[in-house]
Design a protein. Structure first.
Length: 114
């Protein structure tokens, strides 16, 4: 749904400066913008069609809610959304997909990971 914003216009540079001050690249999070290719990328990645069950998730639940809405409007009706995102998941919420790293730590990255 979102991709890194690589534009270097004055407005984007200002946004990046504010983003760095409040959230920062030190947390591993880049300034993002809407991915205009999102729906077509999903369609190309899921060859079984729009009836496929999809679970949409992100760190806090807001971006995945937007993605689920976009998918729904694009014809996908068999959707699940992880309310609250990975940050609110608990141990063994997804025992068949959870490896040695717990899902609640899925969004930890960058310098904050070390």
């Amino acid at each position: 749904m979102f991709v890194e914003d690589t534009d270097n216009s004055p407005i984007t540079l200002l946004k990046k400066w504010v983003h760095f001050g409040y959230i920062g690249l030190w947390t591993g999070q880049y300034l993002t913008t809407l991915n205009s290719e999102f729906l077509s990328q999903v369609e190309n990645s899921i060859p079984t069609g729009k009836e496929t069950k999809l679970l949409v998730a992100c760190g806090g639940g807001l971006r995945s809610m937007a993605a689920a809405s976009k998918l729904y409007n694009g014809g996908y009706k068999n959707l699940g959304w992880l309310a609250g995102g990975f940050n609110l998941s608990k141990n063994n919420d997804f025992p068949t997909v959870e490896g040695k790293e717990k899902l609640q730590h899925a969004t930890v990255g960058g310098a904050s990971y070390f």
